[in-house]
Ligand binder design. Structure first.
Ligand code: HEM
Length: 466
């Protein structure tokens, strides 16, 4: 087979772009409903836009030089800011995703050894087992079966996380977590106008009240998890070398003061939750969008099936034999980045793309905009996974494609996520034909992650060769 595809590429549905920026009240309302709808055509055509308005100075940066400046070159000048902490809620605020400065550096130092390439590769066998079990559970036959792909992918990535980072101690909680997480993301964790306008915390937020039940569920599950593992520690059991043990026994070798190395109880709880939420929702959405795209592009599906038929996770170097599978995952994250927007606050004045920005400027870098920018991509709306085949990938600027962000705050689980998504897709395509059930396409909505407004449902049937 050659590396190019002949039929015209599939172009997934995209929200309409506005002709001009929105007035403040409509902007706040739309940011609460779905921030994707706030982008105007100019955002996808111009490298950056700076403005001073009622919300202070804001710059949207959509060119690789500027992205590099903020995320890497001068990263120390930019922090995540109070709005993100408010939106994501107090449960996560002491975790790796939201902390800053020395507290963040210490936690990153403690956790980084769990995500080295060697440790990640060592998890591939276990990941493949979990994928096989999920696909077998579907009991596919040659008659088509309609699956709620969003639920299935959330269950799958949750099980992988539980098996690899928590040694199965999360087992059985997948459904409860999915329910709580759906409530939390669709109602609770929204960009509340009161937060944007910096209203005091005692003013009640609609979403926050609605997510109270989810928060209680999360807290209780984490407390149970910690109690069970601590009991094993106290009993002198040999502990599994996983994330949970690392969090509970953490010692920071670089800590200057004796005894200052460990994580306190709030940090342990916040990190457990951070890894459960950041570590399974994002990968599940990637797989859901990838399967949607595959269902509309039969010639791409054929490439993946050919690779899947030769897939053997016990064989060293298996990953190099799945170039199309990996390319589909990368292209799915280009078109549907699971984290559609990154926001930072400038601590001191800086210059980005020739524009001087004052201290306190809000800097928005949106993978959603960047990945579909007219100046950076050829035919940006088209699903063309061949962009990411090894020979072509070299031409993509590191700072034009940032599904995992970049610089010191780059996603700690990027290699883990790519590996599990590749194994999952190869396992599914090895067993099933995947077909759309309707011509109506799923519509992306930005609810912290990039989700489908209605669950993605697809028809799966057992492959004749499987
Ligand atoms: C396709 C899947 C994933 C995507 C697209 C993704 C994306 C991202 C992005 C964009 C950030 C930076 C956020 C920011 O700077 O505001 C991030 C950070 C993070 N991600 Fe991921 N992620 C994925 C999977 C995972 C997995 C599997 C884990 C853990 C097992 C994980 C854990 C984290 C953590 C803990 C952080 C915070 C890192 C820090 O600030 O030091 N993510 N992720």
């Amino acid at each position: 087979m050659t590396d190019t595809l002949s039929p015209p590429p599939f172009r997934p549905w995209t929200p309409p772009r506005r002709d001009r920026p929105m007035p403040l009240v409509s902007f706040l309302w739309q940011s609460w409903r779905d921030p994707l709808q706030t982008w105007s055509r100019r955002h996808f055509e111009e490298p950056q836009q700076f403005g001073q308005g009622p919300l202070g100075a804001v710059i949207v940066v959509s060119h690789p030089e500027g992205v590099r400046r903020v995320l890497t070159e001068n990263a120390a000048n930019y922090e995540k800011g109070a709005l993100q902490r408010r939106v994501l809620g107090p449960l996560l605020s002491d975790g790796l995703l939201l902390t800053e400065g020395e507290v963040w550096r210490r936690a990153r130092r403690i956790l980084a050894p769990l995500f080295t390439p060697a440790r990640t590769v060592a998890l591939s066998g276990r990941m493949a087992e979990v994928c096989r079990a999920r696909v077998e559970g579907w009991r596919l036959s040659t008659a088509p079966r309609v699956l709620n792909i969003d639920t299935e992918m959330s269950g799958l990535t949750f099980d992988i996380l539980s098996a690899t980072l928590f040694s199965d101690d999360l087992g059985g909680e997948a459904e409860g977590f999915e329910r709580a997480l759906n409530r939390y993301l669709s109602v609770g964790a929204r960009i509340d106008p009161l937060d944007v306008l910096d209203a005091p915390n005692w003013v009640p937020r609609l979403g926050r009240l609605a997510s109270f039940r989810s928060a209680r569920f999360f807290e209780q599950s984490v407390a149970r998890l910690v109690k069970t593992r601590r009991a094993r520690m106290d009993a002198g059991d040999t502990l599994p070398a996983d994330l949970l043990s690392a969090l509970l026994t953490a010692r920071d070798e670089d800590a200057r003061e004796p005894g200052a190395g460990g994580l306190n109880d709030r940090e342990v709880a916040a990190n457990i939750l951070t890894f459960i939420l950041a570590g399974h929702e994002t990968t599940a959405r990637t797989l859901g969008w990838a399967l949607h795209l595959i269902s509309r592009a039969p010639e791409v599906a054929d490439r993946l099936k050919a690779e899947a038929d030769a897939f053997d996770p016990t064989h060293a170097g298996w990953a190099d034999r799945l170039p199309w599978t990996k390319a589909v995952i990368e292209e799915a994250m280009r078109l549907f980045p699971p984290a559609p927007t990154l926001a930072r606050i400038a601590l001191a004045p800086d210059e980005i793309g020739g524009q001087v920005i004052p201290a306190g400027t809000t800097v928005i870098i949106s993978p959603w905009v960047l990945h579909r920018h007219e100046r950076l991509w050829d035919d940006p709306a088209a699903f063309r996974p061949e962009r990411f085949l090894p020979a072509n990938r070299k031409t993509i600027d590191r700072y034009a494609y940032i599904p995992f962000s970049a610089g010191p705050r780059v996603c700690i689980g990027a290699a883990f996520a790519l590996q599990e998504a590749t194994i999952a897709l190869a396992t599914i395509l090895g067993a099933a034909d995947v077909e759309a059930i309707t011509t109506v396409e799923p519509r992306p909505v930005h609810q912290i992650t990039l989700r489908s407004a209605r669950p993605i449902r697809l028809k799966l049937r057992r492959r004749k060769t499987a």
